[in-house]
Ligand binder design. Structure first.
Ligand SMILES: [Zn+2]
Length: 187
């Protein structure tokens, strides 16, 4: 995938224009550095580099469920360009290939660093984990809060939960074990 880059100068000038459109003075002391700070934020957000994602270890047959929970990521809602956070849980049935622990977080952060929706984020994470591990036995759950609902619109704190269950996680037993593990970790 080609690396995304932002037009830092353009973002700076657009933020300056936005401040004017909002009836403020972009040259006043408190706002002077604001366009640069915001452009820096978007650069860090969009150009995020997750590192190596696909370190797997071949091993003896494990046949156990591996579940990593509580991975907090921040993303941006594509409908409102406001932040949302999610606590992401990822599980898979480890057979003869296991995924390095940090890779789960890297994959979650990678897909969170763009304008997206929670549902899309969960699907993207699931797809990448399935691809890397070469198995469909993957479950992803995210529980998040969206500032577009908390601070605007209906202005109500909430938790939104979404999940993508594939392969063996379609079976009642595996599905129940996954949700038990997620609940056991209080997420
Ligand atoms: Zn939104």
């Amino acid at each position: 995938m080609s690396k995304k880059t932002i037009d830092h100068e353009k973002v700076k000038s657009l933020v300056r224009e936005l401040l004017v459109a909002l009836g403020d003075d972009p040259d006043r002391e408190g706002l002077k550095e604001t366009p640069r700070r915001i452009a820096n934020f978007w650069r860090d957000f969009i150009e995020y580099e997750p590192g190596k994602l696909d370190t797997t270890f071949g091993a003896v047959k494990h046949n156990q469920m591996v579940c990593v929970t509580g991975m907090r990521v921040w993303s941006m809602c594509e409908h409102h360009m406001l932040p949302f956070w999610c606590d992401v849980s990822i599980a898979y049935i480890a057979d003869d290939k296991v995924l390095g622990l940090s890779k789960f977080a890297r994959i979650a952060h990678k897909h969170a660093h763009k304008l997206t929706l929670q549902e899309q984020l969960v699907s993207d994470i699931s797809e990448e984990v399935r691809e890397i591990l070469g198995t469909n036995d993957v479950a992803v759950l995210a529980k998040g809060e969206h500032l577009c609902m908390t601070m605007r619109g209906i202005q109500t704190p909430h938790r939104m939960i979404s999940s993508a269950l594939d392969g063996q996680f379609h079976k009642a037993e595996q599905r129940a074990e996954f949700f038990n593990l997620v609940n056991a970790s209080c997420l």
